[in-house]
Design a binder for this molecule. Structure first.
Ligand code: UD1
Ligand code: CA
Length: 450
């Protein structure tokens, strides 16, 4: 791409149908606000400026995008898409290049499609306006693109303003456009609100570009790429379409998904080769899985680094800061938080490991709990290489179990254990011969006498 690029992202809509206190464009897709997906995609084109046009709840939008160096322009009153774009004029002053107009609630538009729109501005006839069109299964109330077979647009007509013939057109306007900065605000200044709803339509740019000489053209894309989010149901549909694509990608990169539709990725999940993921697994943000690891069914995993050949689950819960070494094992009903398991370390059943360091080859018995919290502060448990912690042990942190040490089953360990020692915390066991039999006979007699 030779020309400088800027993007204007419209996000001043009220989002009423979401019925939410959160701004619509900040609702997450795969764990990341939809607006940031869009910004990620446009950033690949290395834009000089990105301006988000916001209205109500603009402070939420500002908090999300200001750290990314993205500007926010304000549209105080929603007077239409054309009016919204004009609000970005000041933020783009001095910019000379190609402007992409995007919608914050149409989050999955790919970088390739954006690039195609911008490139079209500079090919065949160098049109003033490039419109992104699509052909949905149900054209519903979308604006219709009236164009010839070569994609040269005569006009875009809003559904409410359209004749029966125009409504029969299947090519719809996604709303997204590419326009040279030199044309954009000059043509926008000519847009009026003389239409069915009294709004300033961005779509009027097409007809104005025709009158202006160089005209407008449409480029088409698949309907699912420009699916918008207006309701929670549409949010779920867009998330599902993101997930479907990601699953195919993970498999193409060499992971086996036994039942792809039941694996939920995050925007940033990293999956290696020869990774096996069983059904019903959920990934929150910040997970990476090295080559050859196995994630068994019904596991919930976030903020975790899973080493090569490691085994997780079924029914495992990995929380932020879980780091699983090569060939380590975290089995069923085990929760791991901010804990590092060394190479080959195992916690196979019913365990909580929090704020812990577990050495290579250590074996953590069923039902072991690191007692890391006293109601006020968190404390660390350190378990040395090759240590063996017997079942149902409570390790009261801060505490260190030395390398090669053995903790007897059922121990509550409150003091450090030296390397290679045995720690046994158990009362002496008593036996009273025949006591149970005598007890039963006495109680049976009592009951019979009643
Ligand atoms: C618009 C298009 C229509 C297209 C449809 C695709 C116009 C006139 N019509 O329809 O041809 O088929 O998108 O979904 O452009 N927005 C603002 N400020 C406003 C109005 C809208 O920021 O004053 C933002 C909204 O937040 C949203 C986007 O612009 O992100 C589109 O607004 P919306 O009301 O959904 O578009 P329509 O007018 O229905
Ligand atoms: Ca709409």
């Amino acid at each position: 791409m030779t020309n400088p690029i800027a993007a204007i992202i419209l996000a001043a809509g009220m989002g009423t149908r979401m019925k939410s206190d959160l701004h619509k464009v900040l609702h997450p897709i795969a764990g990341r606000p939809m607006l940031l997906h869009l910004i990620d995609n446009v950033r690949v084109l290395d834009p000089e400026r990105i301006v988000v046009v916001a209205g109500a709840r603009r402070e939420q939008v500002e908090a999300a995008v200001t750290p990314l160096g993205v500007e926010v322009a304000i549209q105080a009153e929603q007077l239409g898409t054309g009016h919204a774009v004009r609000q970005a004029e000041a933020a783009l002053s001095g910019f000379d290049g190609d402007v992409l107009i995007l919608y914050g609630d149409v989050p999955l538009v790919s970088t390739a499609t954006m690039a195609r729109m911008v490139e079209r501005l500079h090919s065949d006839g160098e049109p003033s306006v490039v419109v992104l069109g699509f052909r949905p299964a149900d054209a519903a109330a979308y604006g219709r693109v009236i164009a010839d077979r070569d994609g040269r647009i005569a006009k875009i007509v809003e559904y409410k303003d359209a004749s029966a013939d125009e409504r029969a057109v299947t090519l719809c306007n996604s709303g997204l456009m590419a326009v040279r900065s030199a044309d954009l605000f000059r043509l926008l200044a000519q847009v009026t609100n003389d239409n069915a709803v009294g709004e300033y339509y961005l779509t009027d740019l097409a007809e104005l570009a025709v009158k202006d000489g160089r005209g407008a053209v449409v480029v088409e894309t698949a309907a699912d790429e420009v699916a918008g989010v207006n309701s929670r149901a549409e949010l779920a549909a867009v998330d599902a379409s993101w997930q479907a694509k990601r699953r195919v990608e993970a498999m193409a990169e060499g992971a086996t998904l036994v039942d792809p539709a039941t694996v939920w990725f995050s925007f940033d999940t990293k999956v290696g080769r020869d990774v096996l993921i069983e059904p019903n697994v959920f990934f929150g943000p910040g997970v990476s899985i090295a080559d050859g690891a196995t994630i068994r069914g019904f596991s919930h995993i976030e903020g975790a680094t899973i080493g090569s050949g490691a085994e997780v689950g079924p029914y495992a819960r990995l929380r932020p800061g879980a780091v699983l070494g090569e060939k380590s094992k975290v089995g069923n009903f085990v929760e791991v938080k901010k804990a590092v398991l060394g190479k080959g370390a195992k916690a196979n059943h019913l365990t909580y490991l929090g704020d812990a360091e577990i050495g290579a080859g250590a074996n953590i018995g069923a039902g072991t709990i690191t007692c890391n919290y006293d109601g006020f502060f968190k404390y660390k448990t350190v378990i040395g290489e090759g240590a063996f912690v017997g079942s149902n042990s409570a390790l009261v942190a801060p505490v260190t179990i030395g390398a090669g040490a053995i903790v007897g089953a059922g121990s509550t360990v409150t003091k450090d254990v030296e390397a290679d020692a045995l720690r046994l915390v158990r009362p002496e066991q008593q036996t009273k011969s025949g006591w149970a039999k005598r007890f039963r006979e006495m109680m049976t007699a009592k009951k019979a006498a009643k």
